[in-house]
Unconditional design. Sequence first.
Length: 113
Amino acid sequence: MKTHITKILRKNQTPHEQKLWRNLRGRRLGSLKFRRQFKIGKYVADFCCLKKKLVIELDGGHHADDSQVVKDEKKQQYIESQGYKVLRFWNNEVDDNIDGILERILVTCGLLA
């Protein structure tokens, strides 16, 4: 039986994904239900709130490489074409400003002014 990529990604989350997930899982943030490693077309979003059509992407240093920037832009354009809003955060933001990230998510979802 073939293991789906999303299952593999969920089992191998980065420390930054784990940290953000601890704050999102179980409707801990504004009672919003988030899914992790959620497939949208041929792409996999790090986190997704279906009700608010919000995707959250975490980027490590390799996402600054030119070839990865192009791939990320293509992925984001596709996801946005499906009606989602995409928020991108750098891994160091998760370490340095998790509260700011959570606030930005709540503001984007209209749950905080």
